[in-house]
Design a protein around this ligand. Sequence first.
Ligand code: ATP
Length: 338
Amino acid sequence: MVEQTPAISLRGLTKSFGSVTAVSNLDLEIKSGEFFSMLGPSGSGKTTVLRMIAGFELPTSGHVFLDGEDVTTKAPFDRDVNTVFQDYALFPHMTVLENVAYGLRVRGVGKREREAAAVEALSTVRLADFGGRKPSELSGGQRQRVALARAIIVKPKVLLLDEPLGALDLKLREQMQIELKELQRELAITFIFVTHDQEEALTLSDRVAVFNQGRIEQIGSPQELYERPQTPFVAGFVGTTNLLEPQDTQALFGKAIKGSIRPERIKLTTQNSVATHSGKVIEAIYVGSATRVHIKLDAGPEVTALVLSGSDSSESWSRNQEVQVVLNEKDLVQLETK
Ligand code: ATP
């Protein structure tokens, strides 16, 4: 099979601001049609990478390729990409229709043609009847959809989204996540999505790159990152976990490695026959769908188990209660020590 040219290829990309290295020698390939997320804590360099792909920022060294072409020094408007910003950046004095048509207007497309395209883009984001309004007459979610319509009207090969749902409340955010995913499937455009919200990245993406201090710690599908994190940082940032030091795994499984066990993998039981370990409840925190039970194991380590409400072992656990625990070595994921 012939390898397809990647939609985006970053080679040895570095960006320094004075003494701060925001992005450090980054190599990355993103496939055409992929929903790719850059996930990481604040300051880890995600936005700087996005800005270099968009052309708003010149790399200190390294190259940006779009569809095989080196665009490192090209201006933003000479690249076949478009960006959706968190603050929408809509023009307040223009109507929604004019906002959406703007990208075609600056490209010299005639009024009738660009308005027809704007109507179509607005109906794609389910705002067909809102063209005559001003941005101030819309809700946050509607404004975000206008920003999307404005970005897709020029049919870019790649759409860059910088925390586009960051300003929305949780319910709306979840609704927009579904819409974004549907839109991406429908348009078959490559989406590059920046977020610090791990759940959002896992929900939306084909693949996720986890950023830490200007570097990528791990790239993988949501499932790979969650089930097989390679480093303590990824294990702790993507979901919550029990990070175990070599002395802990030695005490629990008789082998000294740095490892991670997800809380939902730890079972609590009252049947001594299936238990592998015993311990005492330090704290049990009810969170509605589940209870987080912190346990001091008799073997030494402290761990957290997540017990789903309604499951067999969801009785109310209380402080200082003796508890039997099932800990399987197969659920222990070995992590790299740096
Ligand atoms: P956030 O989620 O908060 O946006 P981020 O992961 O996108 O964070 P960046 O915005 O890429 O991180 O910033 C990476 C580092 O580069 C930070 O230490 C930041 O302070 C620094 N930085 C970014 N832009 C500039 C700039 N124009 N001048 C100086 N330093 C900058």
